[in-house]
Design a protein around this ligand. Structure first.
Ligand code: FAD
Ligand code: SIN
Length: 522
């Protein structure tokens, strides 16, 4: 069995993993593990851009206030303050790494607006900001001699003293991370990677629902791995549904119609062509996402319709196409000319606000393990993320983690006693249907019972159903030779469990968690 030793192990090749890699690479050997091709990430799909304070009349205080309001009382204000104050510097990092953002004729950044923002502050590259960032970072990473990227390799589990035969539970005070077991699809081997420090940067978990804007890689693996390793996870009940994914039921993932389109003047309407957001919030179509998604959900339930519309017909055509060329082309390819036709839209699972609990240096509750990006819970988002704050969060926390990790490797050794993976007694599972059907069942349970609107009864029903699926899957996993799909299913089940459990424990409606048993929000 192959064994590698590295100073910095990074799990994930999105903005969190790649920006961290570039910061630590001059100080030691870096290995990035990614389960698909390196660019297959949520990052690459980001449309709207990055919220950052650049010029007056915007100010750090305004951005801080907007973030706190969106977070509905659960943000950690100290974290909000430093994240936003560091935004300007982190944008400079991206520019230095080669990312290009749109500018106006005066040479200043062309700033967009999204829901919950009181100012224009979203820096963007047309409507495909994520692609621009991912490509710029990857080019730099590939060129760096200290960084190795291993593609098509699935991180199965973190290595802790559990693998030395020590009993580890949630109360064990000093759980240590020594690296990870990875399933390398190319060599068809399970490798042991011993690392002085590990960064979890595995992104989101949108695929726990049947309709999501997230790509197939978003199966919550990092959150599930840390949960199994007895690390702390929090705030999983706060799942953000993006209000406006394109209604095109046969398409997976759902194509996003950026909130920046509403910031540009797009208006939500019902199928009768009537505006409705004024009934729900004075900010109308640009209210924070939890409010807009719930309003759309309510309108669809009242009317029985399967979608509402986003109307851009009143906007200047050339400006619209210039700002949103990809959205225009995508809709056009489906016969929708957004300058003449309204766009059918529907909410879709989009972002996990909670995740692996970290401190101000991105340190998890497990020693030598950091987490950054969507898999982490930093305290920035509280009960509802302000639009375009997530790319920023990843940059800020990966930067902070890098400073800590560069110091940590000086006093950390490898744990050579970790044994190789034991595959004895496992056989090839020839019934993939058992896995694919269970994934569909899981997604259906979560969408039906743990979606935008919840109740105690729905949550109980979801947990009861999940327990059956969990038992069957663990039995199958214990005797199967590994494949990516069974690992993902197992992780999705763990994530679903955490969402349902934390939703059940929250005896109120707040932010993205809305229960009909506690109808008054807060
Ligand atoms: P990702 O970019 O998702 O990267 C995760 C990486 O982990 C991938 O490389 C994956 O292969 C790897 N991985 C996962 N599990 C394993 C495993 N078991 N083994 C090995 N590798 C693994 N946010 C904004 O701020 N602004 C926006 O405009 C914006 N638009 C968005 C539009 C869309 C359509 C979507 C889906 C999201 C958007 N977001 C936006 C959210 C934002 O893109 C993500 O939160 C962010 O990119 C997450 O970055 P990340 O580095 O944490 O994870
Ligand atoms: C969008 O462009 O609407 C997505 C922004 C985000 O999720 O932050």
């Amino acid at each position: 069995m192959a064994r590698r030793k590295v100073d910095f192990l990074i799990i994930g090749s999105g903005i969190a993993g790649l920006s961290y890699a570039l910061k630590v690479a001059d100080f030691g050997k870096v290995c990035i593990i990614t389960k698909g091709k390196a660019e297959e990430t949520n990052t690459r799909l980001a449309q709207g851009g990055i919220a950052a304070v650049m010029y007056s009349p915007d100010s750090y205080e305004k951005h801080i206030a907007d973030t706190l309001i969106a977070g509905d009382g659960l943000c950690n204000e100290k974290v909000v303050r430093f994240t936003i104050k560091e935004s300007t510097e982190r944008i400079k990092d991206l520019v230095a790494w080669g990312a290009e953002f749109d500018k106006t004729t005066t040479g200043k950044y062309d700033l967009a607006k999204e829901g919950g923002h009181s100012e224009f502050r979203v820096i963007h590259h047309k409507d495909n900001t994520g692609k621009e960032i991912e490509s710029a970072l990857l080019d730099r990473v590939i060129a760096h001699p200290n960084i190795e990227i291993v593609e098509n390799a699935f991180v199965i589990d973190l290595l802790t003293q559990h693998h030395l035969g020590v009993i580890v539970n949630k109360k064990t005070p000093d759980v240590n991370c020594f690296g990870a077991y990875i399933f390398n699809e190319v060599s068809n081997e399970i490798e042991t990677i011993l690392a002085k420090t590990t960064l979890m940067a595995t992104g989101g978990a949108g695929n726990v629902y049947n309709t999501t804007t997230n790509p197939p890689i978003a199966t919550g693996d990092g959150i599930a791995m840390v949960h199994r390793a007895k690390g702390m996870i929090e705030n999983m009940e706060f799942i953000q549904f993006h209000p406006t994914s394109l209604y095109n039921p046969s398409e997976k993932p759902s194509y996003l119609i950026s909130e920046a389109v509403r910031g540009f003047g797009g208006i939500l309407k019902n199928q009768k062509g009537e505006e409705f957001m004024q009934k729900y919030d004075r900010r109308k179509s640009l209210a924070p996402r939890d409010i807009v998604a719930r309003a759309i959900d309510n309108e669809m339930k009242i009317s029985g319709d399967e979608f509402v519309y986003l109307d851009c017909r009143h906007l200047e055509k050339n400006d619209l196409i210039n700002h949103f060329p990809n959205i225009y082309a995508k809709c056009f390819s489906l016969g929708i000319d957004i300058s003449k036709d309204m766009i059918p839209v529907v909410p879709a699972a989009h972002y996990v606000c909670g995740g692996i609990k970290v401190d101000e240096h991105a340190r998890t509750s497990i020693h030598h393990l950091y987490a950054s990006g969507e898999c982490s819970s930093t305290g920035l988002h509280g009960a509802n993320r302000l639009a375009s704050n997530s790319l920023l969060e990843a940059l800020v926390f990966s930067h902070r983690a890098s400073i800590d990790a560069i110091n940590a490797i000086k006093t950390t050794d490898y744990c050579n006693e970790i044994p190789d993976w034991d595959a004895e007694g496992m056989v090839l599972n020839e019934e993939m249907i058992l896995i694919t059907q269970t994934i569909k069942e899981l997604q259906s349970i979560m969408s039906s019972y743990v979606g935008i609107v919840r109740s105690n009864l729905r949550l109980k029903r979801a947990m009861d159903r999940l327990q059956i699926i969990h038992k069957e899957t663990e039995e199958l996993y214990d005797k199967s030779l590994l494949n990516f799909k069974i690992c993902e299913l197992r992780n999705l089940i763990a994530v679903a469990y955490l969402i349902i459990k934390m939703a059940t424990q929250r005896k109120e409606s707040r932010g993205l968690h809305f229960s009909i048993n506690y109808p008054k929000n807060k």
